[in-house]
Write a protein that binds this ligand. Sequence first.
Ligand code: G3P
Ligand code: CA
Length: 289
Amino acid sequence: MHARAVAATTTAVLGTALLFPGGARAADDTGLPVVVAHRGASAYAPENTLAAVDRAAALGIRWVENDVQRTRDGALVVIHDDSLQRTTDAEQVFPDRAPWKVKDFTAAEIARLDAGSWFGPAYAGARVPTLQQYLRRVEHNHQKLLLEIKNPELYPGIEQQTLKLLGNEGWLDSRHLASRLIVQSFSAGSVRTVHQLKPGVRTGFLGTPATADLSRYAAFTDSINPSHGSLSGGWVSAVHSLSGPHGRPLRVFAWTVDDAARARTVAGYGVDGVITNKPDVVRKALGGS
Ligand code: G3P
Ligand code: CA
């Protein structure tokens, strides 16, 4: 290795050790925990919209997280709640369609909705993106995607459908599989299905299983992604002691941390990534630039 590269690497490692004596892990080429923009940079732009993806990109954030669900006519769309009510104007546009479930609306109906005004007038007219539109924007921005399959029990076959779209859009080639895509879910069954259908895809289980149960998850998931409030250094070490289906130590991405002090605390537990609505705040707290 070139002497300057050695020096830079040494500085990065020592710097990380000093910042996080509990043992922050090098999860990206910075040597710091990866910062993931939760639903995009959702503190600054309406969650799960293309504007939130772009805002993350403008901040220099490589990883974005989203939530994928399905319309009545079978289109995959990016939205968090199973209802359109909170983040769109569905209640005004379709007053007789309570409770405005995503699964009860067609893609064309959802495309009419304003998914930005609830957040602020500057975002009036933002749309609920289809997953195809979303993937293309993330690709355009040279970003990476932590894709959450949301409420899979409502959408039979959504794992296969999501993988098919990812493949059609070029997201299952070796470059994306190696470093640009993780598929996660709160449903262990859904994560297992993704692993079985496409073993090359890196996966994540959302939750904090008991340490005694972790080895069962290691059969089908590459990371275990807990709520930050449920974390301890011992639990993170227990996760790291196991190898996932790709023969590498399981990783830990903690959510949702918007506070600088808390970000430093969870980094000190040794997490590999921090999922946040305020990626600039967390990046700064962790010593990134
Ligand atoms: O990525 C973790 C986080 O998104 C899980 O919770 O409810 O924000 O989807 P939620
Ligand atoms: Ca999510």
